[in-house]
Design a protein. Sequence first.
Length: 228
Amino acid sequence: MKIAIMGAMVEEITPLLEFFEKYKTIEFAKNSYYTTSYKGMDLVIAYSKIGKVNASLTASTLIEKFGAQKLLFSGVAGALNPSLKVGDLLVATKLAQHDLDITAFGHPHGYVPEGSVYVETDKALTVLAQKVASAQNIKLLEGIIATGDQFICDGVKKEWIHSTFNADATEMEGASVAVVCDALNVPFCVLRAISDAADMDAGFSFDEFLVSSAKESAQFIIAMLDEL
Ligand SMILES: Nc1ncnc2c(CN3C[C@H](CSc4cnccn4)[C@@H](O)C3)c[nH]c12
């Protein structure tokens, strides 16, 4: 079984590379892919760089070039749900693109013809994540993620995304990964640890908690590998 583990920023995969210690590096399409093995599984790890386009390229490459049969995304996110605090873990049940807008033609936000507003994640991986959370006595929220090519640091935008998509968190890559994995029939999950509240203080909070929250997410992903 070949498993891809993906992040967007180098800080989101550094805890993984440190854990696996030995890995090969393959350069492709202006990105680095790290291959290793773990408990009989082949792993390929990469960070896409920020944003939906970069995430789409990396997810596609992980599957089409490296043959990933499952894809686990690990990273951080901004909270939209007021019950989510810095360090809390969220596993996405479905994801939408909050900045996809052809409402001029009567379509809902996040929708384009022949598509859907939401892409659902793999239910078996969500169940597995909850099994790991229970075993480790970790609170893991299942929720909706809204993705867009914007760092959200404004209460008005935050509330619009929250209410329009009933989203619990926002980030800049997950829905792209969802579209790619769904189209290529690869089971995937998106796990995010909260780094900020997507409000006027988001930039400061993000800078303070990126590393610690990224580590929380990465450690949880490693625990999921033990159950795969
Ligand atoms: N409030 C928020 N809104 C949108 N996305 C997020 C995230 C998740 N990631 C972090 C990073 C922010 S941009 C970036 C650019 N330069 C340096 C660091 N981050 C981008 O990959 C999305 C955490 N909080 C978010």
